[in-house]
Design a protein around this ligand. Structure first.
Ligand SMILES: NC(=O)c1ccc[n+]([C@@H]2O[C@H](COP(=O)([O-])OP(=O)(O)OC[C@H]3O[C@@H](n4cnc5c(N)ncnc54)[C@H](OP(=O)(O)O)[C@@H]3O)[C@@H](O)[C@H]2O)c1
Length: 280
């Protein structure tokens, strides 16, 4: 049954995290609106209201914000993740629409949009995940081709988090009291090396995977070939080569906020095993 008293607008809804927030709110019986710049491409289950809007053009958000009580925001514009500069206008529109709670997916440091939300008068919660388990999908093509993962810094540890758990934390913060003014660092339940992750994927798909360590120069070449902009490549070298403690130390946020344990990478691998199997 839908709880129509709470209308939630999720931006970034067609993306890795936003989609999970939409599904989690829906499963909890809340009314969910999914914002996209292109509704024709959006694919959501029945019960999700899809609305058009562009965060870089706040005037386009009027109909989407009508009656909204919970608002989830991303901090960037477009595929190259340019920081959105429209935060003050969006917060102003949200206040006028009657929004009571805002969650923000942290985009690395203090972005202008996050600062605008924190300076506004609406209860905010910052959702600050470490590395997403979904990043492992970047290995799928190589694993399907020759059973190999090619990465630099293979001994690095990551407390990577299941994107469904990020969605669950955000859904709780959007729909329940007690989370205003908090920044939630969200990790998975264990710190894993590249080899640990490859072993979990091999177990899930039933076929071995070899890990080959790349030099920094080889990694840069691979990321450029994949189309990553230079700033992203610099960021990857920094966090992979020198992962800060918060990126490699499991903490208990998921269980504390949602009441459910954080999902393991083995669970994620079982859910996505087909993506890593050779195409027949
Ligand atoms: N990958 C990681 O390990 C990691 C870890 C921690 C934090 N993060 C942060 O997570 C964020 C990326 O999240 P994600 O992976 O879920 O995103 P994503 O899968 O890349 O999806 C991007 C989403 O942004 C929407 N979008 C882009 N520009 C927009 C605009 N101008 N107006 C409205 N919607 C717009 C797109 O919607 P439409 O195209 O449908 O309009 C799409 O839903 C970044 O801020 C990153 O810093 C990532």
């Amino acid at each position: 049954m839908t709880n129509n008293a709470n209308v939630n607008l999720v931006t970034g809804a067609t993306g890795t995290v936003g989609r999970q927030i939409v599904l989690e709110l829906l499963s909890r019986g809340h009314h969910v609106r999914a914002l996209t710049r292109d509704p024709a491409k959006a694919d959501f289950p029945d019960g999700v209201e899809v609305v058009r809007g562009d965060l870089a053009d706040p005037a386009s958000l009027g109909p989407a914000l009508e009656g909204v009580t919970g608002l989830h925001l991303i901090t960037f514009d477009g595929g190259l993740f340019a920081p959105l500069e429209t935060g003050p206008e969006i917060v102003e529109l949200a206040g006028r629409a009657g929004v009571r709670r805002i969650t923000v997916l942290n985009g690395g440091g203090d972005t202008p949009l996050q600062s605008a939300v924190q300076a506004g008068g609406i209860a905010w919660t910052v959702i600050m995940p470490v590395e997403f388990m979904a990043n492992a999908l970047e290995w799928a093509e190589g694993i399907r081709a020759d059973d190999t993962v090619r990465e630099p810094f293979v001994g690095r540890l990551s407390a990577m988090v299941h994107e469904g758990d990020i969605g669950a934390v955000a859904a709780v913060a959007l729909s329940e009291d007690g989370h205003g003014g908090k920044s939630y660092l969200i990790t998975g339940p264990e710190a894993l090396t590249i080899q640990d992750k490859a072993d979990a994927l091999a177990g899930a798909r039933g076929r071995k995977i070899e890990v080959v360590e790349l030099s920094e120069a080889q990694a840069v070449e691979q990321w450029r070939a994949a189309g990553h902009p230079e700033e992203v490549i610099g960021f990857l070298l920094e966090v992979y080569g020198n992962t800060p403690p918060e990126g490699r130390t499991p903490i208990n946020t998921v269980a504390e906020v949602t009441g459910r344990p954080a999902r393991t990478f083995a669970q994620w691998a079982a859910e996505h095993a087909d993506a890593f199997r050779p195409r027949s």
